[in-house]
Design a binder for this molecule. Structure first.
Ligand SMILES: Cc1ncc(COP(=O)(O)O)c(C=O)c1O
Length: 368
């Protein structure tokens, strides 16, 4: 059986192995483990890549979101609007910052946050909204109403899945006052462990994030505010620098693969293809179709060696962890319906035509 994994990270490693070996050897001989030279270099290179003034490396994407929330002043008693279809971390960060996540529905076509639902969820306590660039395309930020801006509601971009994407010629990570991203290994730009970053043009916000992520400490043993420990590892920065140089090429390979799936799957009447919003340059972190009897389809794909997945099987407001905050079932109907139908097919730089044909053939046979 020709197995096709959901993601194959070994191909990326093969391309950068030499650079990583040399970079690691340098860090080890310098003993430069925390806050080493590679961290500052990566922060500068990633800020340039996005076209932002600041990139602050942190421990992971969840911390990046929490730090962004705290930096814009979100805290106890505040409400933060988040989409119901996202990874749980978007809402977790809100709770960790002391605020209450308010879940809103997504657009049935793109599965991105529905701007009208945001409008309807705004209250006097709303302090921020976190649109998520789900699956690799930027959320429709420009459609958030003036109401959001006028009421001084901070827009925070969750750009964990959109490294290298753009909307209306603007790079992911540059929407809103501040953005958070994750370099979890499977991301388009992934490290070899946990890592993340905060991106902003605002000098003050960047400084606050840096302070909060370093024990509230501008200099050793001076603690001017209560913070915690969330730093980008030097060794991760070595990996991320090597991968960043190849990110555009790798994203282009993902786009070719997505177009190929579109062509292969369009003839299948039971498959709903993913929708790209006009104006978006998608980077296909995930290629997500919708099918009937999804759980059975997934089981049979796995039995045939096709590593499909579900992102995400339970809308966040219905997870037990969010029972205290989530609205009851039925309030986010598009997200709830999608959770039972979505299916992520294998996609990664280096996926071959043969692998994609196999995925399409197995899916076709399972659906007939
Ligand atoms: C949309 C989204 N937000 C936040 C995160 C959290 O990132 P991390 O796993 O690095 O904490 C992730 C990824 O895991 C994600 O996909």
């Amino acid at each position: 059986m020709n197995a096709v994994p959901l993601v194959d990270l070994s191909l990326q490693h093969a391309e950068i192995a030499e650079e990583v070996d040399e970079g690691f050897a340098q860090v080890l001989s310098d003993g430069d483990y925390i806050g080493g030279k590679a961290v500052a270099a990566f922060e500068q290179e990633y800020a340039e890549f996005v076209g932002a003034r600041h990139c602050v490396g942190v421990g992971n994407g969840t911390d990046a979101l929490e730090l962004a929330l705290r930096a814009v002043g979100v805290g106890h008693g505040d409400e933060v609007i988040v989409p119901a279809n996202t990874f749980i971390a978007t809402a977790e960060a809100v709770v960790r910052a002391g605020a209450r996540p308010v879940f809103v529905d997504v657009d049935d076509e793109s599965l991105l946050l529905d701007p009208e639902a945001v409008e309807a969820a705004v209250t006097a306590r709303t302090r921020a909204v976190i649109p998520v660039d789900l699956y690799g395309q930027v959320a429709p930020f420009e459609q958030l109403s003036a109401n959001v801006g006028e009421r001084d509601i901070a827009v925070i971009e969750d750009a964990a899945q959109s490294q290298g994407a753009s909307r209306l010629e603007r790079a992911a990570g540059r929407f809103g006052r501040i953005a958070a991203t994750s370099f979890y290994p499977g991301k388009n730009l992934g490290g070899y462990g946990d890592a993340g970053a905060v991106i902003t043009d605002d000098d003050r916000l960047a400084e606050v994030v840096r302070l909060l992520g370093a024990h509230g400490s501008p200099a050793k043993y001076q603690h001017v505010t209560f913070g915690f420990n969330s730093r980008l590892d030097t060794l991760q920065a070595v990996v991320l620098r090597a991968k960043l140089r190849r990110l555009r090429a790798w994203n282009a390979q993902r786009r070719v693969a997505a177009r190929r799936y579109d062509e292969l799957l369009r003839p299948l009447p039971d498959v709903r293809l993913p929708v790209t919003l006009p104006g978006n340059e998608h980077v296909w972190h995930l290629y997500v179709v919708r099918v009937p009897n999804r759980d059975e389809v997934l089981r049979r794909l796995h039995a045939e060696g096709v590593g499909a997945g579900i992102h995400y099987p339970v809308p966040v407001h219905l997870t037990p962890a969010m029972a205290e905050y989530g609205p009851p079932e039925g309030r986010c109907p598009a997200a709830e319906r999608a959770a039972g139908e979505i299916l992520s097919l294998p996609i990664f730089p280096g996926i071959t035509k043969e692998q994609q044909h196999r995925v399409a053939d197995v899916l076709a046979s399972v659906l007939t």
